[in-house]
Design a protein around this ligand. Sequence first.
Ligand SMILES: [Zn+2]
Length: 450
Amino acid sequence: MRAHGIATCFFACGTALACASPPRGDAAATAVPSGADPALAAFIERIRAVDNHTHANSVDPGDRDFDALPLDGLGAFEVPAPLGPDSPAWLAAYKALYGYPHSDLADAHMNELRSTMQRIAKEKGDTFPLWVLDQVGVDVLLANRIAMGPGLAPPRVRWVSYADALLLPLSTKAEAATTPDRAKLFPLEDALLKRYLTDLHLTKLPATLDAYLKAVVTPTLEAQQKGGCVAVKFEAAYLRTLDFDETPAATANRIYAQYAGGGEPSHADYKALQDFLFRYIAREAGRLGMAVHVHAFEGAGNFFRTAGADPLLLEPVFNDPALRATNFVIVHGGGVFSAHAAAMLWKPNVFVDTSAMTLLYTPDHLASVLKEWLSQFPNKVLFGSDASAFGPDLGWELTAWMGARNSRMALALALTDMIRSGDIDHARAEEIASMVMRTNAGKLYRLDLK
Ligand SMILES: [Zn+2]
C-alpha cells in the first residue's frame, strides 16, 4: 500500500493515532446537514472543488516528501476528538471511499478492508490520486510538499513548495533549544536547506548575504516556479512568531556575514535576519507569480506557541507597499484567531482558507466562522482540507473525503442561515458557494478551470 508517513504541517497524529486502536463507530456520512436548505446543499455537493491545502501522498510507498515538518517525530500528543481514534468520521470515510459494508471495525472486517484498499491502489497505480479526487468531488488539488512525486501532476494536482529553510542559513542550535518540539523540527529545516543547496550544486553557503540571495534564495524559488509551483508555504509558526519586522539591509548583511561561516547568533540577530529574508522571499514569490501561504492555527504539538501564530502579527507585512504584488493566504484560517484573519481580509492581497478547520471543527463551528468571513469578504475565502495520511489504514484519501464533506456541510449551513436572515438570496448563496469551493482559488492561482 501507500506510505503512511504520518502527518502534516499541522497536526500529525504521529504516534497518537498510528499506535491507537482502530476507530470505531457507526455513523455514516449525511449529505445534507440538518438545518441546511436541501436544494442548496445538493448544489454545493455538485461543485467540483479546488482544494487549497493538502499533503497528498505520491504513489511511492516510501514517500517522505509530503511535509517539510512531519510531526511524527514529536511523540504522542493530544488530537481533537473529530480526528481521534474513536471518531465515527473514519468509518464514514471507509464506507464512502471503499464501500466498506460493516458498522464496526472488527479485525476480520479490517482485514477485508485492507485487501480492498490494496486492490484499488494496485488497480489504479499512478492514477490513484486522480481516483481519489474523483471520489471526493475535487477538480484541482494543491499539494503542499517538498517535491512532487509519481501520481501527482498538473493540471489536477498543483505544487506548493516550502520556503522556511531559506530563512535559516545560520546555525539553528540556540533557536532549536527554545522548546522540546523545536529541538526536533529545526534539524529538519537544516536538512532541507542542504537539499536545496545540493539541488543548486553548492556544497557550502556563500560568504555574503547578497551572494546568498542571488545564488541560493532566488534560484531556489525560480526552480520551484519552473517546476510548477503556484505558491510557497511557510510553517514558520512552528519555529518562531509571525512578526516579520522590517530589517535594514545593512543590519541583515552584517549578521549574515558574521555567522555564515559558523558561530551562534543571538536570538535578536537571527530574528532580524529571518525577518529580512521573509520579506525578500515574499517579494520574489510575487515577482514569480507565486502566492505565499502562512500556517496560522492553534497547534499542533505539546509545546506549540499559539500566541505567535496570530495572523494579526502579519499585518505589517500585509501593509508593506513593496509586497502588494504578492498574494498571501492565511492557511487554516487563523484557527482561534479566525476573527483576526477576517480583519486582515481588508487588505487587497490577503486570502484565507478553511484547511484543518474542516477536519478539527464540527460543521456547526466551521459554519459560524464562515458566516463571519462570507458576510464581509466572500471573494477572499478558499476551501482547503489539509488532507494528510494519519498512519496505517489512515491514508490521505480519507481526510481528503472528510475535509470536502465537512466543508460542504458547513458552507450549506452558513449560507442557509444567511438566506434565512435576509442577508442574501438563494442565487447569491449558490454564487458564493461556487466562489469558496472553486472559483476564488481558480482566479488566485490563474488555474485554467473548465
Ligand atoms: Zn498542512
